[in-house]
Design a protein around this ligand. Structure first.
Ligand SMILES: *[C@@H]1O[C@H](CO)[C@@H](O)[C@H](O)[C@H]1NC(C)=O
Ligand SMILES: *[C@@H]1O[C@H](CO)[C@@H](O)[C@H](O)[C@H]1NC(C)=O
Ligand SMILES: *[C@@H]1O[C@H](CO)[C@@H](O)[C@H](O)[C@H]1NC(C)=O
Ligand SMILES: *[C@@H]1O[C@H](CO)[C@@H](O)[C@H](O)[C@H]1NC(C)=O
Ligand SMILES: *[C@@H]1O[C@H](CO)[C@@H](O)[C@H](O)[C@H]1NC(C)=O
Ligand SMILES: *[C@@H]1O[C@H](CO)[C@@H](O)[C@H](O)[C@H]1NC(C)=O
Length: 510
């Protein structure tokens, strides 16, 4: 702990230094960014965008380069494949199958964590309770007998009624970062399509991420019963449990937030939009994109749920909405997501949520925007997906529904269908061969990002109410043109691949 404390005061100094305008040469060697992807095996017809790194490499480098500290947020652990465990979705596949699926990558990432732990790197893990069959065993094994490894389980449902730690963040030595959709799961490296960003030497951004992780850590040390209330939330018309400092509670009834430095905002229904959210005026180099010149373009972080906001950071929902609204008149907006629902998935009662859909319809109507939305279609897509997508597609009908509407905008929606998605699960169940071709929970587009003509937003939240209001999520966004262009290219490679299928509009005539 002493080590962490002294290094954080060092970084405070560094952050203070970095906020001055530094000489160009110094700034240039400071912060670098690469896009990071995982591409499932057996997708030969997917065009590969040059200069994009692989998730398996980047996670190993983050652990491999760590000398002092490694901070991880983890939803669940399955870096080590388990073809011999009858309770696992990997069960029954041969050694040769597992090799072909790429399971070695997961073992290598785990090994890099073990080596960092053995080098006495201070590892702090903030995790959800994990998933069947092994829950948090991989983290517990790392922590066993190593005082330099802290494994903390935080149950957000104690604070918000539902919700989990869902952000996937790695921070190495307070300066190198991964933010993206990839879980600490071997399948997220070679069987699930993922998108993230690798930031190297970006201590200012890392420090803000650490502040957020500190907030999660603080929650884990408090008794939620002393700090939560069940209230009627007038924004979402539902009774629900929230932390007592929530802005969903009338101002005079709020408690003082135990999370310094909390932002003091006047109460409105729902969380106020921040007019001038915090941005990083950091000069970023992008060596993965042709000529790598550092230029000073604004970047930002956004966070969920809103009660964990600090400083002037925007909520994750605002980060998404403002990316949608950043599209230029006549421009193109691209959105890639695993899930799309205009409601909650886990909250009770069900909450209707049209925040993102409304923003999309607004830019189609008023800005003649072309919107391309790519959504996963796989074994575990939520039931109502197709209906909510058709509802959004109906924007096209409404936009030109009168002779006075001169609609120049358009939305097109495609399903992303990864071959083999309908043949996933253990190879053997109860001694009988299943005929499955891939392990369980594979063959899906799991990335969550949006990109307009000017701004790219790379997130960890699924596009469902719960992820913005009761689940821990983090996004990185930027106006840097080289990143914006490369995110567009990654999207277009998927969109134009043979692995998509148009979502059909409602057939009703009038
Ligand atoms: C450190 O990171 C760089 C890329 O940022 C990578 O090339 C190098 O292999 C990493 N070192 C280790 C020991 O992982
Ligand atoms: C599974 O069992 C086989 C046979 O006992 C063994 O060779 C193999 O190493 C095991 N695989 C894993 C991942 O434990
Ligand atoms: C952390 O790891 C230790 C050592 O393996 C284990 O005893 C403990 O239960 C783990 N804690 C959590 C919260 O998982
Ligand atoms: C998946 O796509 C098919 C059409 O290809 C559609 O009928 C089905 O409803 C989709 N599944 C979900 C859950 O939306
Ligand atoms: C959008 O396109 C329509 C039809 O082409 C045109 O009449 C309208 O002026 C355009 N609106 C804007 C804001 O450019
Ligand atoms: C496997 O067998 C057990 C006991 O016979 C049964 O309870 C279980 O439902 C079976 N599992 C599946 C997936 O068929």
């Amino acid at each position: 702990m002493a080590l962490l404390y002294s290094s954080s005061s060092f970084f405070f100094l560094l952050v203070a230094l970095c906020s001055w305008h530094l000489p160009f040469a110094f700034a240039q060697s400071n912060c670098k960014a690469w896009l990071v992807q995982s591409i499932p095996t057996d997708m030969p017809d997917l065009h590969l965008v040059p200069g994009v790194l692989s998730t398996a490499d980047v996670l190993q480098w983050l652990a491999g380069n760590a000398t002092k500290s490694l901070d991880l947020t983890v939803q669940y652990w399955e870096l080590l494949a388990e073809p011999n465990n009858s309770k696992s979705g990997d069960y029954g596949y041969s050694e040769a199958d597992m090799k072909k699926f790429g399971a070695d990558s997961g073992r290598q990432v785990y090994q890099s964590l073990v080596e960092a732990a053995d080098r006495n790197v201070g590892i702090r893990i903030i995790q959800h309770s994990g998933l069947y069959p092994d829950f948090v065993e991989e983290a517990s094994d790392l922590a066993a007998g190593r005082p330099n490894v802290k494994n903390i389980t935080l149950l957000l449902s104690n604070w918000w009624g539902t919700g989990i730690v869902h952000c996937k963040v790695w921070i190495s030595d307070n300066k190198d970062i991964y933010i993206g959709s990839a879980n600490n799961d071997w399948k997220s490296l070679t069987q699930v399509k993922e998108l993230g960003i690798y930031l190297v030497g970006c201590s200012k951004i890392a420090q803000s991420l650490r502040d957020y992780l500190d907030n999660l850590f603080t929650l884990s040390t408090l008794n939620s019963m002393d700090y939560t209330r069940t209230i009627f939330d007038s924004q979402w018309q539902a009774s629900r449990k929230v932390p007592c400092w929530s802005n969903f509670i009338p101002k005079e009834e709020q408690c003082r937030s135990p999370l310094p430095p909390a932002r003091d905002v006047p109460h409105v229904n729902g969380y106020p939009i921040i007019d001038d959210p915090a941005t990083f005026d950091v000069s970023i180099e992008t060596p993965g994109v042709g000529a790598s010149t550092a230029s000073s373009d604004l970047s930002y972080l956004s966070f969920a749920p809103p009660e964990l906001l600090f400083g002037k950071f925007q909520s994750d929902e605002q980060g998404w909405i403002e990316t949608i609204k950043s599209v230029k008149v006549g421009g193109t907006l691209r959105i890639s997501t695993m899930d799309w629902l205009g409601q909650s998935q886990f909250a009770n009662p069900i909450i209707f949520w049209d925040s993102l859909a409304a923003a999309i319809s607004e830019v189609v109507f008023a800005k003649n925007a072309t919107v391309h939305l790519l959504t996963a279609n796989w074994t575990h897509s939520p039931d109502s997906t197709d209906k909510y997508l058709k509802n959004l597609l109906y924007t096209n009908v409404l936009c030109s529904s009168s002779k006075y509407n001169h609609c120049g905008g358009k939305i097109e929606i495609r399903y992303y269908i990864i071959p083999g998605y309908d043949k996933t699960g253990p190879a053997i169940i109860n001694g009988t061969a299943t005929g499955n071709l891939y392990p369980g929970y594979t063959r899906v587009n799991h990335g969550k990002y949006a990109v307009s003509d000017v701004r790219a937003h790379i997130g960890t939240s699924n596009l469902i109410w719960d992820y913005f209001y009761s689940t821990a999520g983090v996004s990185f966004g930027t106006y840097k043109p080289s990143i914006v262009t490369q995110v567009q290219q990654v999207f277009d490679a998927d969109w134009n691949s043979p692995y998509t299928q148009s979502v059909q509009p409602l057939s009703a005539q009038s």
